[in-house]
Design a protein around this ligand. Structure first.
Ligand code: SF4
Length: 281
């Protein structure tokens, strides 16, 4: 209990998603969790952060949801895997939080990004919060692994200005090794977004020896280029900012001694995407 009290933050706002947050929703009864998930009237958030320049266009307010069905070996935020580690927040309170920033976000060509964890674990809450944002005239984005993309209707996807889709690896075997789950649903979601002509950015985490196979990179690049709706590919070099969370949570971390890619390796990966005609960074 002492540890819980110590870790419990006073505010829904965090300095960064790398702040460790656990046990904040432990007191919510299971029946309330289930009805919240069904209605979307309440969600679980790790935090809100403000001023991000790396989570979508312009300057973003980011709502970091808790709950994820994947177990990526390189996950930077394993405290977000468990939904109840997040703060229970009504959609009204979340919208109020956003409302404080709505004018500034417009001036800075930014908006709201809902990230995680995996936002679509809480698809009804996410849909309601995005609708609130649209009602304020705020640009909307979700950052998702796409696994539960079918939970959003075409109309809901139509009201998301940008989907940032994580493609983690190529091929079922490698994908399962890296994330614990199969690849197909993410690719199906990518194809559906393409058919709906919704704007997409693809995010790819580059980990030496794990996700940098040249043939796999070329396959991802070809797939992305063939979609026709990918506005940008972001190659994100692996880093160790989340390592301490694995240690504190007592979860075995296979990438304990994993190095970040060199700048040259990152440039080579970017070049593979550009060679397919994609805008990549
Ligand atoms: S999908 Fe994201 S939040 Fe989930 S395990 Fe992978 S990196 Fe972590």
């Amino acid at each position: 209990m002492a540890e819980k009290a110590e870790l419990k933050p006073a505010s829904i706002e965090a300095n960064s998603p790398f702040d460790m947050r656990v046990h904040l929703g432990d007191d919510v009864p299971e029946t309330d969790v289930r009805s919240a998930l069904a209605s979307g009237d309440m969600g679980f958030l790790h935090s809100f952060t403000t001023g991000s320049a790396v989570d979508g266009p312009g300057i973003r307010v980011v709502a970091w949801t808790t709950g994820c069905m994947w177990r990526c070996m390189y996950c930077h935020n394993p405290d977000t895997w468990t939904m109840r580690n997040g703060i229970p927040v009504s959609v009204t309170r979340a919208a109020e939080q956003l409302r404080k920033y709505r004018y500034g976000l417009k001036v800075m060509s930014g908006g709201l990004t809902i990230s995680g964890g995996e936002p679509l674990m809480q698809d009804r809450f996410v849909a309601k919060l995005l609708a609130e944002a649209k009602g304020m005239g705020v640009h909307t984005s979700i950052e998702t692994n796409g696994y539960y993309g079918e939970r959003l209707t075409d109309a809901e996807l139509g009201s998301i200005d940008l989907v940032m889709l994580g493609i983690k690896a190529w091929g079922d075997e490698r994908h399962k090794h890296l994330t614990g789950r199969e690849h197909g649903p993410t690719l199906d979601f990518a194809r559906r977004l393409a058919a709906l002509r919704r704007p997409v950015w693809i995010r790819f985490v580059l980990v030496p020896g794990l996700t940098d196979d040249p043939a796999d990179l070329a396959s991802i690049a070809r797939f992305a280029a063939g979609l026709g709706n990918v506005e940008r590919v972001e190659v994100l070099p692996f880093h160790q900012l989340g390592r301490y969370k694995w240690q504190k949570l007592g979860i075995p971390y296979k990438l304990q001694d994993q190095e970040a890619p060199t700048a040259e390796a990152a440039d080579r990966a970017v070049a593979v995407f550009r060679a397919e005609g994609l805008t990549a960074y």
